[in-house]
Ligand binder design. Sequence first.
Ligand code: SAM
Length: 293
Amino acid sequence: MALHHQHSNEHHDHDHDPAAETDASAMAELLDLDAEVLEPYLSEVTGWLQELAAGPPRRRILDLGSGTGAGTLALVRRFEEAEVTALDISPHLLHRLGDKARDLGVADRVRTVQADLDAEWPALDAVDLVWASASLHHMADPDRVLTQVFAALRPGGLLAVAEMDSFPRFLPDDLGLGRPGLEARCHAALGEEHTARVPHLGSDWGARLTEAGFGIEAERTFAIELTPPLPAPAGRYAQVSLRRLRTGLASRLDADDLATLDTLIDGEGPDSLLRRDDLTVRHTRTIWVAQRP
Ligand SMILES: C[S@@+](CC[C@H](N)C(=O)[O-])C[C@H]1O[C@@H](n2cnc3c(N)ncnc32)[C@H](O)[C@@H]1O
């Protein structure tokens, strides 16, 4: 298993694989934009979590599948006495997270650990709070990971699982570019893709948490709806999101829909997502907060 504590100049993970490096950079950009555009949601969720976690100080927090640190950095802000360990399989994403923590002056409270949770659970001290946002559905065996989280938490410790109900939506039904309903067709195709490739997405996480021995403290769905005028990075967020979706659905969409997506994703054209004023950001995420008895 690849497990090590990172230092910023130790990364050579994609030196010999340009495609992997490009993919990791694209993922990092998407996660950073997601954090930036959905910052009000993250702030609300972590504020709510702070209320639920009232009582003994939560000094040790673990962010599972941290990506570039949207959750890690929000938790560092909310839990001022805590050290947050960010754990991810991707050295590239952790490297970016480390840079951001340094820029924000919180590097002394953020530790990054590279580990593949499908392979082996790293040796960590007992933790008070675990955050797993949009990560558990990626695991080959999330129930095994939940059992390991249970063991890693001290009694009374909390686990917050945040999962998205679907990919964010950005487009009006009629784009004025031919057939209406492009985004609905993309989401239908994405549903088929997820059924085939990401079977744990959309699981009943409450039931899985109970099965792992946790008591459910709270469950809440956050509906995110941003309407024009959107924050500045929203067009770029839509562009990067739809580019990823287009790549993943190339074999499931017809040529007309792929051509329309290309027109939208194109940064230069008059119909580019970066120029449109009719975009919205619509998204729901559900959070389960569970306690180790
Ligand atoms: C959709 S991203 C979510 C990132 C972050 N939690 C957020 O909300 O912005 C999923 C993350 O899970 C990580 N991941 C996927 N499989 C993993 C595994 N087996 N072990 C550790 N991390 C994993 C990915 O590298 C990625 O950073």
